[in-house]
Design a protein around this ligand. Structure first.
Ligand code: SAH
Length: 474
């Protein structure tokens, strides 16, 4: 270990900062965040730095660095581009045993600034000992995604109850178990959901040993369209702490792979006309597992509130007083359109967009086609692959131009993504040739023309004159 990580208490400590440019500003920002009183000295000091110092009982001095400025300081930082001056500051400081940092000159530093993840009071510091700062920063980015923002609130809560817990449990082992349950369970989740009072009440009850049979919790999570990189950080976190997972046919295997290894996996998938478990049954399962005290992950394709029956499941949980959280996912319309290079709105072509179900009830549709044919809007049909002949003929019958462009995006965002482009008049024939597979989304409107220019992902399907599937040429 080249450097020992220590956390320096800088509250009200005087610090000398030589330099007045953007690098000095960055250092001053960090130092003042830790409560330091910073004196900056330089021939020129930028206004932002000047204002920052004024706000934090610091001072900005215009002029030449001189040794007397070191008197009474706790720390020295040189952020100038004058090597000679930097070296002088280094020797002045070290001869007085003052910790010194010269920006970008590890040889002249007695301490270095780590990359920081700040969830105060939790602070994570990462250093490569000055050897690979970019690597340290990349690592920091990973940690940023992994540590929820609300860790700050969580550690505040722990801090407030630390004493009481110490009194209640005599051994460190008992305390460790108590805190592990708090930090990995519902109490922590309440804090993350912004329910601070409830969290506090639950912690008090737990401390008084009043909740012997805690109910579980349901996480209704949108798993997105298939590409696992499109998951949210929150979705991933909950996926990795669930005890049991109830998932749909639409959830891609790569997304499922990211669930906690020890979790029980239950397929409740719905394929058209073939419900593995009927909706009522799914609702009952959610209630049953939660009442057994489990953390139940209800994982759905796309977004749970868009053609996902998520609302119905939550109403059932509400009836049984089961706590839940909902995490949005990227819905098929957003995902397929972006991955096909078809902006759903565009100033020149469409000022609005509609998400519509293409599914028929009792073989007829109660869609309001009069509204759907309005100009300057994009229509996105979910679950429309099997009713495509009906949808396209009705749109034409209600006055939509037969040349209106249409795209079918099959298995959007996945390696098997395929896009077929045609018009209302010919898309049915083209699909009869190309036979794109479900799940598929249908996009109708002028914006589809942009696909030719903006396509960037996956394979293209050419079905007009060549029935074969050809790889994209560029
Ligand atoms: N809740 C989901 C939609 C469920 S309805 C969401 O927000 O995306 C199921 C329909 O979604 C499918 O019939 C299809 O039209 C569409 N769909 C879902 N995932 C898709 C994908 N990866 N590619 C194309 N269409 C998809």
């Amino acid at each position: 270990m080249d450097y020992l990580p220590l956390f320096f208490k800088l509250e009200d400590q005087p610090v000398l900062l030589v330099g007045g440019g953007s690098v000095a500003l960055r250092k001053a920002t960090l130092l003042t965040r830790a409560g330091a009183r910073v004196t900056a000295i330089a021939h020129e000091i930028n206004t932002e730095l000047e204002q920052l110092l004024a706000q934090h009982q610091g001072e900005a001095l215009i002029g030449e660095y001189h040794t007397a400025l070191l008197d009474g300081k706790a720390l020295v930082i040189a952020a100038t581009d004058d090597n000679e001056l930097n070296t002088r500051i280094h020797f002045d400081a070290t001869s007085r045993n003052l910790p010194v940092n010269v920006v970008d000159s590890p040889d002249l530093c007695t301490f270095i600034f780590p990359a920081i993840v700040d969830r105060s009071p939790i602070v994570v510091a990462i250093s490569s000992g000055g050897k690979a700062p970019v690597l340290a920063r990349l690592l920091r980015a990973k940690l940023e995604t992994w540590i929820p923002n609300s860790y700050s609130n969580l550690s505040e809560l722990v801090g407030r109850f630390r004493h009481a817990v110490k009194q209640r449990f005599t051994t460190t082992n008992q305390r460790r178990i108590f805190w592990e349950e708090v930090l990995q369970g519902q109490i922590a989740e309440k804090v993350f959901a912004g329910r601070h009072e409830e969290a506090e009440q639950m912690l008090e009850a737990k401390l008084a040993d009043k909740n012997d049979h805690p109910t579980g919790e349901v996480y209704l999570v949108g798993g997105g369209p298939g590409d696992p990189e499109l998951l949210t950080f929150k979705a991933l976190r909950l996926m990795q702490q669930a005890d049991i997972v109830l998932y749909d046919a639409l959830v891609s295997p790569k997304v499922l792979d990211l669930c906690r290894r020890d979790a029980d996996m239950v397929f409740v998938g719905k394929k058209r006309d073939n419900h593995a478990v009927p909706q009522e049954g799914i609702n009952d399962l959610l209630v049953k597992y939660a009442q057994q005290g489990k953390r139940v992950l209800r994982l759905k394709g796309g977004d749970p509130f868009i053609f996902g029956r998520g609302g119905e499941e939550l109403q059932k949980l509400k009836e049984h007083n089961i706590p839940f959280q909902v995490v949005p996912g990227i819905t098929a319309a957003s995902a397929c359109s972006t991955y096909a290079g078809i902006p759903l709105t565009h100033r020149a072509h469409a000022q609005s967009v509609r998400f519509v179900t293409g599914q028929l009830k009792n073989r007829t549709s109660d869609l309001n086609f009069e509204e759907l044919v309005h100009p300057n809007q994009t229509i996105v049909f979910y679950m429309g692959l099997h009713t495509l002949p009906h949808l396209s003929s009705q749109l034409i019958a209600h006055g939509k131009d037969a040349d209106t462009p249409v795209a079918i995006v099959s298995r959007g965002t996945q390696p098997q993504q395929k896009v077929l482009v045609g018009t209302l008049a010919n898309i049915v024939d083209k699909q009869a040739q190309a036979k794109l597979e479900a799940p598929a989304l249908i996009i109708v409107g002028e914006v589809v023309n942009l696909h030719e220019d903006l396509a960037w992902f996956g394979e293209e399907v050419l079905a007009e004159h060549q029935p074969d599937l050809l790889p994209r040429s560029n």
